[in-house]
Structure formats: structure tokens, C-alpha cells
Write a protein that binds this ligand. Structure first.
Ligand code: SF4
Ligand code: FES
Length: 255
């Protein structure tokens, strides 16, 4: 294709990106001080194709209803604080482009499921972090490192747990898991992912402790391999695969 043919296309792209449109966002609202049950509320917002659902929520909060409550911090997919259900699927609001949703329909936004609802899009994350803490997600090495030296690890040893180091603790996986919805005791995918990160770290020598914790009736065996967690993970972590590897390790030890 010649340069003269490409130029108008690029121009059109820019024009399209600058064209605003109106989209209806329907948010499940809840205020524990004034309401018995959550209710859905509509808002019309003017958006650009490059805007994200988080931008729509900001616009609503700053220009229409300052009482709207949601968490966010980095706005760039790093802090994990804005996981929510968008059109019935767990996603990060800051990583979901409006144009990637069907804008001919309203966009439905609600809090993630399975954790106690506090207000609007905010849930109590404490049960989630309690499970995370229980799997002891930190390096446990009984011998101190050689004085003045790091604990060395080969490239292959590091690669063994690379995928699970990417977790940002957003809870999108755990709160998309039907077992977690029905059984508040299940550790949930995120805790197992973070256990995996240390179980397969060659520098750690307490894998057995974590495997023992997860070989519990509320541990890995509760997983029904529905893959909801893998689909929900905004970091692309192979969550179900990590859980399967931990199950194998429980049966056969760390490979
Ligand atoms: S595994 Fe993925 S979805 Fe689950 S908490 Fe970590 S980053 Fe979020
Ligand atoms: S606001 Fe930090 S991940 Fe979305």
C-alpha cells in the first residue's frame, strides 16, 4: 500500500478517536445507612472511544453524583483496587475501554461478588486478604544467605514461578469463582496463586508447610476447574493451571 493511501485512514482513525458519544452506565448502588437492598441507577455520560470505564465513573462522581463510591488508585492496571463486574464479567475499570464494550447497549457496573458489600462498588476485602495471609506468601528459607551474597537462582528456576509473580491481588479471580460464592471458607484462586509463587521458588524450603495448609477441605480440592478465574485475571495469569500444579505438588511433592 502506498503512503498516499495510508494517510487518509490514519486521519479517519484520529477523527473517530476525537468523536464523543453518549453512553448509559447503569450502576448497582447501595448505601448501608439508607437502604435495605441495592438498586440500579442510570447515568448518561459523554465519552470518547479511548476512554475507560474508570473515566465514566470519574465523570459521574465529579459531575453528577459525588456520593458514588468506588476504589481506584493507580488507574493503570497495577494497584488492583478497581476490580468490578462490568457487563457481568470481572474486570479492572481502568483497563476496560468503553469502545470494546457494546456501546449500543447500557453498560452495567456492580461490585464484585462473594465479598460483603460495603457501599456501591466497594466490598470488604478482609476475607480475601485473610486467605492470602494464611498461605504464608513470603520467602521462608531456614539457612541464612551467604554473607554479602544473594540467594542465587538459575534462569529456569526463576521461570518456574514467573507467571504467579504477576498477581496484583485485585480479587477478580476469587470473586468470579462459584465455589467461593457458595462457600466463604474456600481459600480461593488468588490465595493459591500466591502460595504457588513461593511453593515453586527454589530459594524457599517451606513448600511443605503451604502444601499442608492447602491440602485441607477448604483448600485446593474445592476447585472445580471452571476456568472462571483464568478468564477473569487482568494480568493474564494461568490461574487454573497454577491451581492444578499445586494439586499435583500436594500429591507428589514439589517437582
Ligand atoms: S491471580 Fe489475577 S485475578 Fe487473581 S488476584 Fe491475582 S491478578 Fe487478580
Ligand atoms: S486503579 Fe489500579 S489497577 Fe485499576
Amino acid at each position: 500500500m502506498s503512503l498516499t493511501q495510508e494517510a487518509p485512514a490514519a486521519g479517519n482513525d484520529v477523527e473517530e478517536a476525537l468523536k464523543p458519544f453518549t453512553v448509559t452506565v447503569i450502576i448497582r448502588r447501595f448505601d448501608p445507612e439508607t437502604m435495605e437492598e441495592p438498586v440500579w441507577q442510570d447515568f448518561d455520560v459523554q465519552m470518547f472511544p479511548t476512554d475507560r470505564v474508570l473515566d465514566a465513573l470519574h465523570q459521574i462522581k465529579w459531575e453528577q453524583d459525588g456520593t458514588l463510591a468506588f476504589r481506584r488508585s493507580c488507574a493503570h492496571g497495577i494497584c488492583g483496587s478497581d476490580a468490578m463486574r462490568i457487563n457481568g464479567r470481572n474486570r479492572l475499570a481502568c483497563k476496560t475501554l468503553i469502545k470494546d464494550l457494546d456501546i449500543s447497549q447500557p453498560i452495567y457496573v456492580e461490585a464484585i461478588k462473594g465479598l460483603p458489600l460495603e457501599k456501591d462498588l466497594i466490598v470488604d476485602m478482609e476475607p480475601f486478604f485473610e486467605s492470602f495471609r494464611e498461605v504464608q506468601p513470603f520467602l521462608m528459607a531456614s539457612k541464612p544467605a551467604e554473607k554479602g551474597k544473594e540467594r542465587v537462582q538459575s534462569v529456569a528456576e526463576r521461570a518456574r514461578f514467573d507467571d504467579t509473580t504477576k498477581c496484583i491481588l485485585c480479587a477478580a479471580c476469587t470473586s468470579s469463582c462459584p465455589v467461593f460464592w457458595t462457600d466463604g471458607q474456600y481459600f480461593g484462586p488468588a490465595a493459591i496463586v500466591n502460595a504457588h509463587r513461593f511453593i515453586f521458588d527454589s530459594r524457599d524450603d517451606q513448600a511443605e508447610v503451604r502444601l499442608d495448609i492447602l491440602n485441607d477441605q477448604e483448600g485446593v480440592w474445592r476447585c472445580r476447574t471452571t476456568f472462571n478465574c483464568t478468564e477473569a485475571c487482568p494480568r493474564g495469569i494461568q490461574v487454573t493451571k497454577a491451581i492444578a500444579e499445586v494439586k499435583q505438588a500436594v500429591l507428589r511433592g514439589r517437582a
